[in-house]
Design a binder for this molecule. Structure first.
Ligand SMILES: *Cc1c(COP(=O)(O)O)cnc(C)c1O
Length: 462
């Protein structure tokens, strides 16, 4: 399996190289050259199997010969053994034909654990056998960083530096990043918002001297290994609701477009998906774009669903690449226009996008009202991100086709917003109840590339 860049000029890589490098050297994102197919019989055979077995079948071809069959089975087993639920991604019914896919039973209570735990184990196996080290730098609006730190803490071959926007993440998110005591993890509170953090991260990757000298590796949601891990639960959910003999729809609380793009890959592989619905909060650049209004950056407005507070949605570039017939130069030009504020999507590309994705948005009031309403009607306490999804899913679902809304985080990760909406303070699961008692360790850093590079160089553990 070979991976190519969305901007057309970076070297073609195998799975391991694409996973370790993250962003391509031409500034693009890696995508598989071709998408492997599962036949309806192969999909039907997934029904009733464990999450780990489904993961193996769905991902095996994408990985190629980078890992042996046994190595890959071991990686998957270790990735999910720390989850607090035997089904890993259990489905819960909200209403007739509406289901919640609970993706928050991992160690940091958000769906990002599915991908991060897997690539932690893949990095460990790939680097360990070569005796190599990498420096992982990530930017986070909250959940990526804690998931990365949890997945890489104490691993021999990596240092992890996580940039988060100072004062703009929840206390649980911050504590999950600042309380691990392993020397190889470094939480950095940066002045600015998430888009600033993401911009400085991109700058570091585009600084080839720095990138090569510290062997920079990326685990942000653009990492192909992460997108791949998220394809699995579309299959596990769909087969337990009757796929492939019936089509299933999904609504996905969306920020950087990684999770929903994984759904698109599942569909390309042959899973019968009817609608793939992008649900945004008030930072609705994707909803505006998919409604035909072009892709134009605005100001990021802080919301009660902070992990979706973005204006530039990195993985959307992968969707655009397919919509523009995989023409790198076209994507390069759009991304150039984006630097100056935005771009219009061509009519042909818009038709392709709209054939795959629907969209909707939820205001702050609608999000809070959905938390209260869902508690009343379904006895389910949603996190604000999941509530954005449920609100949009309720508008988009049609009789006869099951709708699955992805519940992307546990309500206890966002206790203030959940309590304000529902009157209930959501408790942390017992296995992490001591989070508020642990000591925090964090460095405040400026929104400045030179200072950041300097800090990272000085704090490498080897
Ligand atoms: C990251 C995150 C999202 C957005 O996912 P993307 O893959 O970036 O679209 C939604 N909800 C929660 C809780 C998240 O952590």
């Amino acid at each position: 399996m070979r991976y190519i860049s969305t901007r057309g000029t970076a070297p073609v890589l195998n799975f391991e190289e694409a996973m370790l490098s993250g962003l391509a050297r031409d500034g693009g994102l890696y995508v598989p050259e071709t998408i492997p197919q599962l036949t309806p019989d192969q999909i039907a055979a997934l029904e009733g199997r464990s999450y780990e077995e489904i993961a193996y079948t769905v991902m095996r071809t994408f990985v190629g010969d980078v890992f042996s069959d046994d190595e890959f089975r071991g990686i998957i087993a270790r990735a999910y053994e720390g989850f607090g639920h035997a089904a890993r991604a259990p489905l819960k019914q909200l209403d007739q034909g509406h289901f919640l896919l609970e993706l928050f039973h991992g160690p940091t209570l958000a769906f990002k654990d599915f991908a991060m735990q897997l690539i932690g184990q893949m990095f460990q196996t790939a680097l360990g056998r070569k005796g190599e080290r990498v420096t992982i730098v990530g930017a986070t609006s909250g959940d990526t960083g804690s998931a990365a730190i949890e997945a890489f803490r104490g691993l021999d071959n990596v240092d992890v530096f996580i940039l988060y926007p100072h004062g703009r993440i929840s206390e649980v998110q911050r504590r999950q990043m600042t309380t691990p005591s392993e020397a190889n993890v470094h939480a950095l509170a940066m002045d600015g918002d998430f888009d600033d953090c993401q911009a400085r991260l991109k700058d570091m990757f585009n600084d080839f001297e720095f990138r090569d000298s510290v062997r920079l590796a990326g685990v942000n949601s653009i990492n192909w290994g992460r997108v791949l891990a998220q394809v699995v639960y579309y299959f596990s959910a769909a087969v337990s609701l009757g796929a492939p003999s019936r089509a299933i729809s999904f609504t996905v609380p969306t920020g950087n477009f990684g999770d929903i793009f994984a759904g698109y890959i599942a569909k390309q592989m042959g899973l019968p998906i009817d609608k793939l619905v992008v649900a945004t909060n008030q930072n609705d650049i994707l909803h505006r774009c998919l409604s035909g209004k072009g892709y134009h950056k605005g100001e990021t407005v802080p919301s009660i669903s902070p992990s979706m507070d973005i204006q530039v949605s990195s993985n959307f570039e992968r969707a655009l690449f397919d919509a523009y017939d995989r023409e790198g130069p076209a994507i390069l030009q759009l991304m150039d226009e984006l630097k100056h504020g935005g771009f219009e999507v061509s009519q042909g590309a818009m038709q392709v996008l709209q054939s795959h994705y629907s969209s909707g948005r939820a205001s702050e009031e609608e999000t809070s009202a959905t938390i209260a309403e869902t508690l009343k009607t379904s006895a389910e306490l949603l996190c604000p991100h999941s509530a954005v999804g449920v609100k949009v899913a309720n508008e988009q679902r049609v009789a006869g086709t099951p709708m699955v809304t992805l519940a992307t985080a546990h309500p206890a990760k966002f206790p203030a917003a959940v309590e304000a909406a529902s009157g209930i303070h959501p408790p942390l699961p017992a296995r992490m109840a001591d989070l508020y008692d642990k000591e925090e360790r964090v460095t405040r850093v400026p929104n400045d590339l030179v200072a950041l590079k300097e800090h990272i160089r000085r704090h490498l553990t080897a």
